[in-house]
Design a protein. Structure first.
Ligand SMILES: Cc1cc2nc3c(=O)[nH]c(=O)nc-3n(C[C@H](O)[C@H](O)[C@H](O)COP(=O)(O)OP(=O)(O)OC[C@H]3O[C@@H](n4cnc5c(N)ncnc54)[C@H](O)[C@@H]3O)c2cc1C
Length: 404
Protein backbone atom coordinates (compact mmCIF):
# COMPACT_ATOMS: atom_id res chain seq x y z
CA UNK A 1 0.00 0.00 0.00
CA UNK A 2 1.39 3.46 -0.87
CA UNK A 3 2.01 5.66 2.18
CA UNK A 4 -0.64 8.23 1.38
CA UNK A 5 -3.26 5.48 1.24
CA UNK A 6 -2.63 4.43 4.82
CA UNK A 7 -3.43 7.91 6.12
CA UNK A 8 -7.17 7.85 6.61
CA UNK A 9 -9.77 9.94 4.78
CA UNK A 10 -12.60 11.06 7.08
CA UNK A 11 -16.17 10.77 5.83
CA UNK A 12 -18.86 12.64 7.74
CA UNK A 13 -22.22 10.88 7.33
CA UNK A 14 -22.98 7.18 7.02
CA UNK A 15 -25.95 7.41 4.66
CA UNK A 16 -25.97 5.95 1.15
CA UNK A 17 -23.48 8.54 -0.14
CA UNK A 18 -21.04 8.30 2.77
CA UNK A 19 -20.92 4.49 2.75
CA UNK A 20 -20.55 4.42 -1.05
CA UNK A 21 -17.63 6.86 -0.75
CA UNK A 22 -15.95 4.75 1.94
CA UNK A 23 -16.37 1.64 -0.16
CA UNK A 24 -15.09 3.25 -3.37
CA UNK A 25 -12.02 4.62 -1.56
CA UNK A 26 -11.38 1.32 0.23
CA UNK A 27 -11.69 -0.59 -3.06
CA UNK A 28 -8.88 1.70 -4.26
CA UNK A 29 -6.83 0.83 -1.16
CA UNK A 30 -7.46 4.02 0.84
CA UNK A 31 -8.17 3.81 4.60
CA UNK A 32 -11.37 5.55 5.69
CA UNK A 33 -13.08 6.60 8.89
CA UNK A 34 -16.86 7.09 8.64
CA UNK A 35 -18.48 9.20 11.37
CA UNK A 36 -22.26 9.03 11.78
CA UNK A 37 -24.33 11.07 14.23
CA UNK A 38 -27.18 8.54 14.60
CA UNK A 39 -26.84 5.81 17.23
CA UNK A 40 -26.78 3.17 14.49
CA UNK A 41 -25.82 2.94 10.83
CA UNK A 42 -29.32 2.52 9.50
CA UNK A 43 -31.72 3.90 6.87
CA UNK A 44 -35.35 4.48 7.49
CA UNK A 45 -37.85 5.34 4.82
CA UNK A 46 -39.31 3.47 1.95
CA UNK A 47 -38.54 2.55 -1.62
CA UNK A 48 -35.99 3.96 -3.96
CA UNK A 49 -35.70 3.69 -7.73
CA UNK A 50 -32.39 2.79 -9.30
CA UNK A 51 -31.75 3.97 -12.85
CA UNK A 52 -29.41 1.96 -15.12
CA UNK A 53 -26.70 4.60 -14.60
CA UNK A 54 -26.16 3.52 -10.99
CA UNK A 55 -25.78 -0.15 -11.98
CA UNK A 56 -22.53 0.77 -13.72
CA UNK A 57 -21.41 2.01 -10.30
CA UNK A 58 -22.57 -1.18 -8.57
CA UNK A 59 -20.46 -3.04 -11.10
CA UNK A 60 -17.44 -0.91 -10.16
CA UNK A 61 -18.09 -1.52 -6.46
CA UNK A 62 -18.70 -5.27 -6.86
CA UNK A 63 -22.30 -5.01 -5.64
CA UNK A 64 -24.38 -6.20 -8.60
CA UNK A 65 -25.16 -9.55 -7.00
CA UNK A 66 -26.36 -8.46 -3.53
CA UNK A 67 -28.34 -5.55 -4.96
CA UNK A 68 -29.98 -7.74 -7.61
CA UNK A 69 -30.97 -10.30 -4.97
CA UNK A 70 -32.99 -7.66 -3.08
CA UNK A 71 -34.34 -5.57 -5.94
CA UNK A 72 -37.49 -5.82 -8.02
CA UNK A 73 -36.99 -5.36 -11.76
CA UNK A 74 -40.21 -3.75 -12.99
CA UNK A 75 -41.72 -4.36 -16.42
CA UNK A 76 -42.64 -0.77 -17.29
CA UNK A 77 -42.54 2.86 -16.25
CA UNK A 78 -46.18 3.94 -16.58
CA UNK A 79 -47.79 7.37 -16.38
CA UNK A 80 -51.53 7.51 -15.68
CA UNK A 81 -53.75 10.60 -15.72
CA UNK A 82 -55.01 10.83 -12.15
CA UNK A 83 -58.13 12.77 -13.14
CA UNK A 84 -59.40 10.67 -16.06
CA UNK A 85 -57.84 7.40 -14.85
CA UNK A 86 -56.45 6.76 -18.36
CA UNK A 87 -52.95 5.65 -19.24
CA UNK A 88 -50.86 8.47 -20.73
CA UNK A 89 -47.71 6.58 -21.65
CA UNK A 90 -45.53 3.58 -20.81
CA UNK A 91 -41.87 2.78 -21.31
CA UNK A 92 -41.16 -0.97 -21.39
CA UNK A 93 -38.07 -1.88 -19.34
CA UNK A 94 -37.45 -5.24 -21.03
CA UNK A 95 -34.93 -6.31 -23.65
CA UNK A 96 -34.88 -3.13 -25.76
CA UNK A 97 -34.29 -0.98 -22.67
CA UNK A 98 -31.53 -3.24 -21.34
CA UNK A 99 -29.93 -3.46 -24.76
CA UNK A 100 -29.86 0.28 -25.10
CA UNK A 101 -28.59 1.12 -21.60
CA UNK A 102 -26.67 -2.13 -20.91
CA UNK A 103 -28.11 -2.15 -17.39
CA UNK A 104 -31.56 -2.65 -15.81
CA UNK A 105 -34.00 -0.36 -14.01
CA UNK A 106 -34.73 -1.50 -10.45
CA UNK A 107 -36.73 -0.79 -7.30
CA UNK A 108 -35.32 -1.45 -3.85
CA UNK A 109 -36.09 -0.73 -0.23
CA UNK A 110 -33.78 2.05 0.91
CA UNK A 111 -32.89 0.05 4.03
CA UNK A 112 -31.82 -2.88 1.82
CA UNK A 113 -29.58 -0.69 -0.35
CA UNK A 114 -28.03 0.81 2.78
CA UNK A 115 -27.55 -2.66 4.28
CA UNK A 116 -25.71 -3.92 1.20
CA UNK A 117 -23.35 -0.94 1.36
CA UNK A 118 -22.91 -1.31 5.12
CA UNK A 119 -22.10 -5.03 4.91
CA UNK A 120 -19.56 -4.36 2.17
CA UNK A 121 -17.98 -1.63 4.33
CA UNK A 122 -17.91 -3.92 7.37
CA UNK A 123 -16.20 -6.59 5.29
CA UNK A 124 -13.35 -4.20 4.46
CA UNK A 125 -10.44 -3.95 6.87
CA UNK A 126 -9.74 -0.46 5.53
CA UNK A 127 -13.01 1.06 6.82
CA UNK A 128 -13.75 2.14 10.41
CA UNK A 129 -17.36 2.97 11.25
CA UNK A 130 -18.24 5.11 14.29
CA UNK A 131 -21.86 5.84 15.20
CA UNK A 132 -23.28 8.28 17.82
CA UNK A 133 -20.72 10.93 16.87
CA UNK A 134 -22.02 14.24 15.58
CA UNK A 135 -19.32 16.32 13.90
CA UNK A 136 -19.43 19.93 15.08
CA UNK A 137 -15.99 21.31 14.28
CA UNK A 138 -13.50 20.88 11.44
CA UNK A 139 -10.02 22.42 11.14
CA UNK A 140 -7.84 22.20 8.09
CA UNK A 141 -4.24 22.16 9.29
CA UNK A 142 -1.47 22.23 6.70
CA UNK A 143 -1.14 18.60 5.79
CA UNK A 144 -4.32 17.27 7.38
CA UNK A 145 -7.74 17.66 8.94
CA UNK A 146 -8.83 17.69 12.58
CA UNK A 147 -12.44 16.91 13.48
CA UNK A 148 -14.23 17.25 16.80
CA UNK A 149 -17.60 15.73 17.65
CA UNK A 150 -20.29 16.89 20.07
CA UNK A 151 -19.24 14.27 22.62
CA UNK A 152 -15.65 15.59 22.53
CA UNK A 153 -14.07 12.86 20.41
CA UNK A 154 -11.24 13.97 18.08
CA UNK A 155 -10.27 12.50 14.73
CA UNK A 156 -7.31 13.27 12.45
CA UNK A 157 -7.18 12.49 8.76
CA UNK A 158 -5.59 13.43 5.46
CA UNK A 159 -8.84 14.79 4.01
CA UNK A 160 -12.54 15.14 4.77
CA UNK A 161 -15.63 14.31 2.73
CA UNK A 162 -18.89 15.84 3.90
CA UNK A 163 -21.57 13.28 3.02
CA UNK A 164 -23.85 14.70 5.69
CA UNK A 165 -26.96 15.20 3.62
CA UNK A 166 -29.41 18.00 2.96
CA UNK A 167 -28.78 19.83 6.26
CA UNK A 168 -25.00 19.46 5.94
CA UNK A 169 -22.78 21.02 8.61
CA UNK A 170 -19.74 20.60 6.36
CA UNK A 171 -21.44 22.57 3.57
CA UNK A 172 -21.67 25.53 5.93
CA UNK A 173 -17.89 25.35 6.38
CA UNK A 174 -17.13 24.99 2.67
CA UNK A 175 -19.92 26.96 0.96
CA UNK A 176 -21.72 28.80 3.78
CA UNK A 177 -24.99 29.36 1.95
CA UNK A 178 -27.42 28.79 4.82
CA UNK A 179 -30.30 26.33 5.07
CA UNK A 180 -31.89 24.74 2.00
CA UNK A 181 -35.23 26.19 0.91
CA UNK A 182 -38.51 24.27 1.10
CA UNK A 183 -39.80 23.77 -2.46
CA UNK A 184 -43.46 24.10 -1.46
CA UNK A 185 -43.99 20.39 -2.14
CA UNK A 186 -44.84 17.81 0.50
CA UNK A 187 -44.30 14.06 0.22
CA UNK A 188 -46.20 11.42 2.18
CA UNK A 189 -44.74 7.94 2.02
CA UNK A 190 -45.92 4.55 3.19
CA UNK A 191 -45.14 0.89 2.64
CA UNK A 192 -48.00 -1.57 2.38
CA UNK A 193 -47.90 -5.41 2.53
CA UNK A 194 -48.84 -6.64 -0.95
CA UNK A 195 -51.83 -8.51 0.50
CA UNK A 196 -53.36 -5.11 1.38
CA UNK A 197 -52.82 -3.63 -2.07
CA UNK A 198 -56.02 -3.87 -4.19
CA UNK A 199 -55.50 -6.80 -6.52
CA UNK A 200 -56.07 -4.86 -9.74
CA UNK A 201 -53.15 -2.52 -8.86
CA UNK A 202 -50.58 -5.16 -7.95
CA UNK A 203 -48.62 -4.32 -11.07
CA UNK A 204 -44.95 -5.13 -11.41
CA UNK A 205 -44.44 -1.61 -12.74
CA UNK A 206 -43.40 1.82 -11.53
CA UNK A 207 -46.72 3.66 -11.83
CA UNK A 208 -47.07 7.44 -11.56
CA UNK A 209 -50.54 8.99 -11.43
CA UNK A 210 -50.01 12.59 -12.57
CA UNK A 211 -52.53 15.15 -11.31
CA UNK A 212 -52.98 18.88 -10.88
CA UNK A 213 -50.41 19.93 -8.26
CA UNK A 214 -50.40 16.34 -6.98
CA UNK A 215 -49.12 12.93 -7.97
CA UNK A 216 -49.14 9.42 -6.58
CA UNK A 217 -46.50 6.77 -7.24
CA UNK A 218 -46.70 3.06 -6.46
CA UNK A 219 -44.38 0.16 -7.09
CA UNK A 220 -43.49 -3.24 -5.62
CA UNK A 221 -40.55 -3.79 -3.27
CA UNK A 222 -38.68 -6.72 -1.65
CA UNK A 223 -39.29 -9.27 -4.39
CA UNK A 224 -42.94 -8.27 -4.38
CA UNK A 225 -43.71 -8.65 -0.64
CA UNK A 226 -44.40 -4.93 -0.23
CA UNK A 227 -45.76 -1.95 -2.14
CA UNK A 228 -44.27 1.49 -1.88
CA UNK A 229 -46.68 4.42 -2.05
CA UNK A 230 -45.57 8.02 -2.46
CA UNK A 231 -48.08 10.88 -2.55
CA UNK A 232 -46.89 14.40 -3.39
CA UNK A 233 -48.82 17.67 -3.28
CA UNK A 234 -48.09 21.40 -3.35
CA UNK A 235 -48.41 23.16 -0.01
CA UNK A 236 -46.70 26.13 1.57
CA UNK A 237 -48.01 25.33 5.00
CA UNK A 238 -44.80 23.70 6.10
CA UNK A 239 -41.58 25.59 6.66
CA UNK A 240 -39.34 22.77 7.66
CA UNK A 241 -39.54 19.30 9.07
CA UNK A 242 -38.57 15.86 8.07
CA UNK A 243 -39.69 12.38 8.70
CA UNK A 244 -42.64 13.23 10.91
CA UNK A 245 -46.05 11.59 10.75
CA UNK A 246 -48.28 13.19 8.08
CA UNK A 247 -51.85 14.28 8.79
CA UNK A 248 -54.08 12.52 6.21
CA UNK A 249 -56.71 15.33 6.20
CA UNK A 250 -54.70 17.70 4.02
CA UNK A 251 -53.61 14.82 1.79
CA UNK A 252 -57.22 13.83 1.06
CA UNK A 253 -58.18 17.48 0.45
CA UNK A 254 -55.38 17.93 -2.08
CA UNK A 255 -56.28 14.70 -3.91
CA UNK A 256 -60.04 15.40 -3.89
CA UNK A 257 -60.16 15.88 -7.69
CA UNK A 258 -58.42 12.60 -8.51
CA UNK A 259 -60.18 9.50 -9.85
CA UNK A 260 -61.57 6.71 -7.70
CA UNK A 261 -58.58 4.27 -7.95
CA UNK A 262 -56.21 6.96 -6.67
CA UNK A 263 -58.46 7.85 -3.75
CA UNK A 264 -58.95 4.17 -2.95
CA UNK A 265 -55.19 3.66 -2.85
CA UNK A 266 -54.69 6.67 -0.57
CA UNK A 267 -57.38 5.34 1.77
CA UNK A 268 -55.45 2.09 2.18
CA UNK A 269 -52.81 3.83 4.26
CA UNK A 270 -53.42 4.61 7.91
CA UNK A 271 -50.03 5.94 8.82
CA UNK A 272 -47.97 8.13 6.48
CA UNK A 273 -44.55 9.61 7.03
CA UNK A 274 -44.09 13.13 5.79
CA UNK A 275 -41.16 14.91 4.11
CA UNK A 276 -41.00 18.62 3.36
CA UNK A 277 -39.10 18.68 0.08
CA UNK A 278 -36.16 21.03 -0.19
CA UNK A 279 -33.46 21.57 -2.78
CA UNK A 280 -30.87 24.16 -3.72
CA UNK A 281 -29.84 25.75 -6.99
CA UNK A 282 -26.75 24.07 -8.50
CA UNK A 283 -23.30 25.40 -7.61
CA UNK A 284 -19.93 24.89 -9.30
CA UNK A 285 -17.66 24.76 -6.29
CA UNK A 286 -18.10 22.56 -3.25
CA UNK A 287 -14.49 21.85 -2.29
CA UNK A 288 -12.02 23.85 -0.20
CA UNK A 289 -8.50 22.51 0.12
CA UNK A 290 -8.72 19.02 1.63
CA UNK A 291 -12.45 19.22 2.28
CA UNK A 292 -15.18 18.36 -0.20
CA UNK A 293 -18.88 17.47 -0.30
CA UNK A 294 -20.76 14.56 -1.81
CA UNK A 295 -24.40 13.57 -2.45
CA UNK A 296 -27.17 15.73 -1.00
CA UNK A 297 -24.65 17.88 0.86
CA UNK A 298 -23.23 19.00 -2.50
CA UNK A 299 -26.28 19.01 -4.78
CA UNK A 300 -29.62 18.35 -3.06
CA UNK A 301 -32.40 17.81 -5.58
CA UNK A 302 -36.12 17.18 -5.66
CA UNK A 303 -36.90 13.49 -6.11
CA UNK A 304 -38.76 13.79 -9.41
CA UNK A 305 -36.05 12.11 -11.48
CA UNK A 306 -35.45 9.52 -8.72
CA UNK A 307 -31.71 10.18 -8.83
CA UNK A 308 -30.46 11.69 -5.53
CA UNK A 309 -29.01 8.44 -4.23
CA UNK A 310 -27.84 7.41 -7.71
CA UNK A 311 -25.94 10.71 -8.04
CA UNK A 312 -24.38 10.26 -4.58
CA UNK A 313 -23.09 6.82 -5.62
CA UNK A 314 -21.76 8.18 -8.92
CA UNK A 315 -20.03 10.94 -6.92
CA UNK A 316 -18.41 8.32 -4.72
CA UNK A 317 -16.89 6.42 -7.64
CA UNK A 318 -15.77 9.61 -9.38
CA UNK A 319 -14.20 10.94 -6.19
CA UNK A 320 -12.24 7.74 -5.54
CA UNK A 321 -10.98 7.72 -9.14
CA UNK A 322 -9.77 11.31 -8.83
CA UNK A 323 -8.07 10.69 -5.50
CA UNK A 324 -6.19 7.75 -7.00
CA UNK A 325 -5.35 9.67 -10.18
CA UNK A 326 -3.92 12.54 -8.08
CA UNK A 327 -1.79 10.10 -6.07
CA UNK A 328 -3.21 11.32 -2.77
CA UNK A 329 -3.02 15.06 -3.53
CA UNK A 330 -6.48 15.56 -2.07
CA UNK A 331 -6.82 19.27 -2.81
CA UNK A 332 -6.14 18.64 -6.53
CA UNK A 333 -8.32 15.52 -6.53
CA UNK A 334 -11.30 17.33 -4.99
CA UNK A 335 -11.10 20.14 -7.56
CA UNK A 336 -10.96 17.58 -10.39
CA UNK A 337 -13.89 15.68 -8.86
CA UNK A 338 -16.18 18.73 -8.54
CA UNK A 339 -15.18 19.81 -12.06
CA UNK A 340 -16.16 16.36 -13.38
CA UNK A 341 -19.48 16.33 -11.52
CA UNK A 342 -21.06 19.78 -11.31
CA UNK A 343 -22.64 19.92 -14.78
CA UNK A 344 -24.13 16.44 -14.53
CA UNK A 345 -25.51 16.88 -11.01
CA UNK A 346 -26.62 20.47 -11.78
CA UNK A 347 -28.53 19.20 -14.80
CA UNK A 348 -30.31 16.63 -12.66
CA UNK A 349 -31.13 19.30 -10.02
CA UNK A 350 -32.62 21.59 -12.67
CA UNK A 351 -34.42 18.87 -14.62
CA UNK A 352 -35.92 17.43 -11.41
CA UNK A 353 -37.68 20.77 -10.89
CA UNK A 354 -38.86 20.78 -14.51
CA UNK A 355 -40.23 17.24 -14.14
CA UNK A 356 -42.09 18.33 -10.98
CA UNK A 357 -43.91 20.98 -13.06
CA UNK A 358 -44.51 18.45 -15.79
CA UNK A 359 -46.07 15.85 -13.46
CA UNK A 360 -48.26 18.47 -11.75
CA UNK A 361 -49.42 20.35 -14.86
CA UNK A 362 -53.00 21.53 -15.37
CA UNK A 363 -55.00 23.11 -18.21
CA UNK A 364 -53.28 23.51 -21.58
CA UNK A 365 -49.91 22.43 -20.18
CA UNK A 366 -51.41 19.13 -19.07
CA UNK A 367 -53.13 18.56 -22.41
CA UNK A 368 -49.88 19.24 -24.24
CA UNK A 369 -47.99 16.90 -21.90
CA UNK A 370 -50.42 14.06 -22.46
CA UNK A 371 -50.50 14.61 -26.22
CA UNK A 372 -46.73 14.76 -26.49
CA UNK A 373 -46.14 11.68 -24.36
CA UNK A 374 -48.88 9.63 -26.00
CA UNK A 375 -47.44 10.24 -29.49
CA UNK A 376 -43.89 9.33 -28.47
CA UNK A 377 -42.43 5.92 -29.37
CA UNK A 378 -40.50 3.85 -26.80
CA UNK A 379 -37.34 4.60 -28.85
CA UNK A 380 -38.01 8.35 -28.64
CA UNK A 381 -38.55 8.01 -24.90
CA UNK A 382 -35.28 6.15 -24.42
CA UNK A 383 -33.39 8.65 -26.60
CA UNK A 384 -34.63 11.37 -24.24
CA UNK A 385 -33.20 9.45 -21.26
CA UNK A 386 -29.78 8.82 -22.77
CA UNK A 387 -28.11 11.78 -21.01
CA UNK A 388 -29.19 10.43 -17.62
CA UNK A 389 -29.19 6.65 -17.92
CA UNK A 390 -26.48 6.15 -20.54
CA UNK A 391 -23.03 4.92 -19.59
CA UNK A 392 -20.79 7.72 -18.26
CA UNK A 393 -17.57 6.52 -19.85
CA UNK A 394 -15.29 8.48 -17.57
CA UNK A 395 -16.85 6.70 -14.58
CA UNK A 396 -16.73 3.21 -16.04
CA UNK A 397 -13.31 3.57 -17.69
CA UNK A 398 -11.69 4.36 -14.33
CA UNK A 399 -12.10 0.70 -13.30
CA UNK A 400 -8.36 0.09 -13.25
CA UNK A 401 -8.00 2.64 -10.46
CA UNK A 402 -9.74 0.23 -8.09
CA UNK A 403 -6.91 -2.26 -8.07
CA UNK A 404 -5.13 -1.43 -4.82
C1 LIG B 1 -39.30 11.32 -1.02
C2 LIG B 1 -37.97 10.99 -1.59
C3 LIG B 1 -37.84 10.01 -2.57
C4 LIG B 1 -36.60 9.74 -3.13
N1 LIG B 1 -36.49 8.79 -4.11
C5 LIG B 1 -35.30 8.53 -4.67
C6 LIG B 1 -35.17 7.55 -5.70
O1 LIG B 1 -36.15 6.93 -6.10
N2 LIG B 1 -33.93 7.32 -6.24
C7 LIG B 1 -32.81 8.01 -5.81
O2 LIG B 1 -31.71 7.75 -6.32
N3 LIG B 1 -32.92 8.95 -4.84
C8 LIG B 1 -34.11 9.23 -4.26
N4 LIG B 1 -34.22 10.16 -3.27
C9 LIG B 1 -33.01 10.92 -2.87
C10 LIG B 1 -32.15 10.17 -1.89
O3 LIG B 1 -32.90 9.72 -0.79
C11 LIG B 1 -31.05 11.08 -1.37
O4 LIG B 1 -30.50 11.83 -2.43
C12 LIG B 1 -29.94 10.25 -0.73
O5 LIG B 1 -30.43 9.53 0.36
C13 LIG B 1 -28.80 11.18 -0.29
O6 LIG B 1 -27.84 10.43 0.39
P1 LIG B 1 -26.71 11.15 1.23
O7 LIG B 1 -25.86 10.05 1.77
O8 LIG B 1 -26.08 12.23 0.43
O9 LIG B 1 -27.48 11.89 2.42
P2 LIG B 1 -28.32 11.27 3.62
O10 LIG B 1 -29.00 10.04 3.23
O11 LIG B 1 -29.13 12.39 4.16
O12 LIG B 1 -27.21 10.87 4.70
C14 LIG B 1 -26.55 11.83 5.47
C15 LIG B 1 -26.04 11.15 6.74
O13 LIG B 1 -25.19 12.06 7.45
C16 LIG B 1 -25.49 12.01 8.82
N5 LIG B 1 -25.08 13.31 9.40
C17 LIG B 1 -25.63 14.52 9.17
N6 LIG B 1 -24.98 15.48 9.84
C18 LIG B 1 -23.98 14.85 10.52
C19 LIG B 1 -22.95 15.31 11.41
N7 LIG B 1 -22.81 16.61 11.72
N8 LIG B 1 -22.10 14.40 11.96
C20 LIG B 1 -22.22 13.07 11.65
N9 LIG B 1 -23.18 12.59 10.81
C21 LIG B 1 -24.04 13.47 10.26
C22 LIG B 1 -27.00 11.76 8.85
O14 LIG B 1 -27.42 11.24 10.10
C23 LIG B 1 -27.16 10.77 7.70
O15 LIG B 1 -26.99 9.43 8.11
C24 LIG B 1 -35.46 10.45 -2.69
C25 LIG B 1 -35.57 11.42 -1.69
C26 LIG B 1 -36.82 11.70 -1.14
C27 LIG B 1 -36.92 12.75 -0.07
Amino acid sequence: MSDWKSEQAIIVGGGIGGLAAALALARAGVRCQVIEQAPEFKEIGAGIQLGPNVFFMFERLGLIEPISALAVFPNNLIMMDSVTGEEVTRIPLGDAFRKRFHQPYALIHRADLHKVLLEACRASNLIELDASQKVIKVDERGSGIAVRTESGKDYRGAALIGADGLWSTIRQIVVGDGAPKPAGHITYRAVLPTSEMPEQWRWRDMVLWAGEKVHLVHYPLRTGELFNLVAVFHSNRYEEGWDSYGDPTELHERFAKTCEPVRTLLNKIESWRMWVLCDRPPIKEWSRGRITLLGDAAHPMLQYLAQGACMAIEDAVCLADRVVAAGGDYAAAFLAYQQARYLRTGRVQIMARVYGEFYHASGVAKELRNMMLASRSADDAMAGMEWLYGEQKELTRGAAAFTP
